[in-house]
Ligand binder design. Sequence first.
Ligand code: F6R
Length: 607
Amino acid sequence: MCGIMGYVGPQEAGPILVDGLKRLEYRGYDSAGVAVTNGSINVRKAQGKIANLEDMLEVEPLVGSIGIGHTRWATHGAPTDANAHPHTDPSGEFVVVHNGIIENFQSLREQLAADGSEFTSETDSEVLAHLVAREYDGDLVEAVRKAVALSDGAYAMVVMSKREPRKIVAVRKISPLVVGLGDGETFLASDIPAVLHHTRDFLIIEDDELVVVTEDGATVETIDGEPVDRDAIHVTWDAEQAEKGGYEHFMLKEINEQPAVVTETLAGRLDEDGTVWLEDVDFGDDYAAAIDRVWITACGTAYHAGLIGQEIFRRILRLPTNVEYAHELRYADPIVGPNELTIAISQSGETADTLAAARLAGDNGSRMLAITNVVGSTLSRYADDILYTRAGPEISVASTKAYMAMLIAQYLLALRIGAARGTVNAELAARVSHGLHQMPAALEEVLRREPEALAAAELIRSAEDVYFIGRGLDYAIAMEGSLKLKEISYLHSEAMPAGELKHGTLALITDGVPVVVMLTQRDVYDKTISAVQEVKARGGAVIAVAYDTDTEIDKYADLVLRIPDMEDLMAPVAAVIPLQLMAYHVARLRDNDIDQPRNLAKSVTVE
Ligand code: F6R
């Protein structure tokens, strides 16, 4: 996500802030900016790389020894100079940088505008600067506290004011924030690597805490004003380990970020009763009610996410839905037309084949909805409607958290379309909403079971071939599990519907050949077990992904990867995690380059 920097001390703040932001570049960003106080607050910010900001600072340097900085990864509003952080209030006396999302920013913005506030950006963050200024009555901490009380969401905010010029006030509500303790100087950052070359002593700010940073150190309190006695930790990681949050690889870090990603993708979009608010999906109920068919198009992991979407749309919307590889659809002699909604899914929003298929659909009169992770990407610019996945920058080439967010986005879309078409009743909508809101906790639980995935990895690390089977939603997950394994472990693997095994592939199942079976769909459980028996009869090694309460599978499986019991409709979200972890551990045991697998690129911008 976005990067935060802050500095108070005897040195010039500008270069320290820029240097810290550069050390956060690995996280991805699309604009950068800094603000320094020196009698007044001066801001420099620029779209694009930090080099653009540096050019600007060379022409118009900032002088002052207290400041805040930010690298933005756009969520609300395109990556422009105006939308870059820091943001000030209209008087220019208060300045804010912010990570995360203010869910109720639209209503706050309307209230502030009604009171005469004029906004210079499209961001949710600017609202915070206006709110702090409005609430200020001689005490910056109190003003920040009041602004936070009015702002729903998961975020971190950092505030500086010329009225109280030697302090920075920051709040953490889920998005990370750390304070680096120096000698007569103090640093603030979203991540340790930003300031690790200045200090190794850190205060880790927890959720719902507020910190006041001065050159003498920092005081931490709860957002309600209760003092917090926080011991500093001494970090011994090197810079590279710190970038990975202490994980060995970005892939493992991103797998572990998935509960937070679900929270972020849902934030402000889903009520308890299943009512959905999708900020950039502009079609009305009339349009949704008149859709004859949905086409989903994508490549690779995004295509596998589309397979899940297809099942959800067919099942709960009873809406004919086809998912097509974008590289196939683009040459399929236009079969997409008006009254048909095309959903193009792409993490990067730059995949050449997906862009071409989306264009083809649009040119043939289909409405085009993009599900993408990158605000302002080519796909988003081309789309009629956009559903941003908000997974944050994904660094590992093998996609995990972006896939997770694509799944969540499609549940939301199904609820939105289903409400308009009358095919999702109130009871189902509330059930899905409940399941989605419970999901982060369920995913945390699955992540705690990583040792099971490691044991499975030990079992298959030396296999020649691995097969993945499942039915319905389980088949869609099997596809993704197989791709994850092959792309980073370099083992051959194949996925197929469980019922297909006996039509040919069974010839390859001999003693010890691993078969991963997905068993989260109760309506076809017995059918899938028949396939498992076919495997066992030929000596295959069965690794099952099954619910905690499934005792039947113990009779057949060599190893079971467990997920908590949940609704079958939502189970793919949890069931993919053991497969990601298993693939990760196989690759690790085989000593492969996990984050940069051979022959692969993060974004495939050629045909
Ligand atoms: C696999 C992977 C690729 C991408 C595919 C599409 O882990 O990441 O299969 O999913 O190249 O990329 P996007 O989603 O950017 O269009």
